[in-house]
Write a protein that binds this ligand. Structure first.
Ligand SMILES: NC(=O)c1ccc[n+]([C@@H]2O[C@H](COP(=O)([O-])OP(=O)(O)OC[C@H]3O[C@@H](n4cnc5c(N)ncnc54)[C@H](OP(=O)(O)O)[C@@H]3O)[C@@H](O)[C@H]2O)c1
Length: 271
């Protein structure tokens, strides 16, 4: 492996750049001099970075989009995967089709994008930043399939990191707590019936999580972390970002017996 030069800018592909955390990352990196390509289903006439229409759920859309970006820019130095959404509903009553759609975007959408970029990232000793979540470290009640999609990313990215290390490619999981973005309004809710035994508990848990999200900080804080990770000499495997109380939860979970941790965190999870 060739000695690694300190990277300051380059070409970065950001999925989910049309809103929230991805948009904040695109703005910040664009201002810092990166060549930013934002890949989402929607485009905006006012965003100054290059925009590519890409649906991460779709094999052909990602293959074509990424091939076009690589051809146009000669390669990719970094990928930041922000495309994602949330599904809320009890495990027992969530139709498997809705659960699968959640895993499709959040997990396989990330997989498609990163795999398409890897040949170029290997050539350039590039960097992968995967947007996970504190919900990828702690199972969130009534967001089980969201948590499952993020737990899947946690294991996948950890394994990927071993495989690409010999090529000088670094992989970091960024695990945000609650941030105020379009994520709350975009959340899909599983349909519930009057006699749904989980109805009251779900309503309480969801209203707690939505209040926490809407009361959260802006996504610029996550963008600042991503910007630092892209140029860090030794980027960490994982980094939580958000208020200390939320970040502490994932740390404390590793120290306490599960029953003690669950009792201590129940009220903050709205259960
Ligand atoms: N906000 C939070 O509190 C929070 C906390 C922890 C983790 N996260 C994670 O951070 C990431 C970004 O979330 P956010 O808060 O920025 O949400 P957001 O404001 O709703 O933005 C989501 C982005 O994902 C894109 N997207 C969704 N489905 C897509 C698809 N099939 N193909 C391509 N793009 C798709 C959307 O673009 P289009 O609709 O234009 O395609 C949009 O740009 C997600 O992975 C989320 O799980 C968020």
């Amino acid at each position: 492996m060739a000695a690694r030069a300190q990277r300051t800018t380059g070409t970065v592909v950001i999925t989910g750049a049309s809103a929230g955390i991805g948009s904040a990352c695109a703005r910040r990196l664009h201002e810092e001099g990166w060549t930013v390509v934002g890949a989402s289903r929607r485009t905006s006439p006012v965003d100054p970075w290059q925009q590519v229409v890409m649906d991460v759920d779709d094999d052909a859309s990602v293959a074509e989009g990424m091939a076009r970006i690589i051809a146009e820019h000669g390669g990719i130095d970094a990928v930041v995967t922000c495309a994602g959404w949330g599904l809320a509903g009890p495990v027992e009553t969530t139709p498997l089709g809705e659960a699968a759609a959640q895993i499709e975007t959040n997990f396989f959408g990330t997989v498609r994008t990163v795999v398409a970029a890897l040949p170029s990232l290997r050539e350039r000793q590039g960097r992968v930043i995967v947007l996970s979540s504190i919900g990828g470290l702690i199972g969130l009640p009534f967001q089980a399939y969201y948590s499952a999609s993020k737990f899947a990313l946690e294991g996948w990215a950890e394994a990927l990191a071993w495989e690409v290390k010999p090529f000088g490619v670094d992989v970091t999981l960024v695990e945000p707590g609650n941030f105020a973005t379009d994520f709350t309004a975009s959340r899909r809710l599983v349909a519930s019936t009057e006699d749904d035994p989980y109805r009251a508990a779900q309503a309480k848990a969801i209203s707690t999580m939505e209040a926490d999200e809407l009361g959260g900080r802006g996504p610029e804080q996550v963008a600042e972390v991503v910007s630092r990770l892209l140029v860090a000499r030794r980027p960490p495997r994982r980094l939580t970002v958000g208020p200390a109380g939320e970040r502490l939860g994932s740390f404390v979970k590793r120290l306490l017996p599960n029953r003690v941790f669950e009792a201590a965190s129940a009220s903050s999870l709205g259960v």
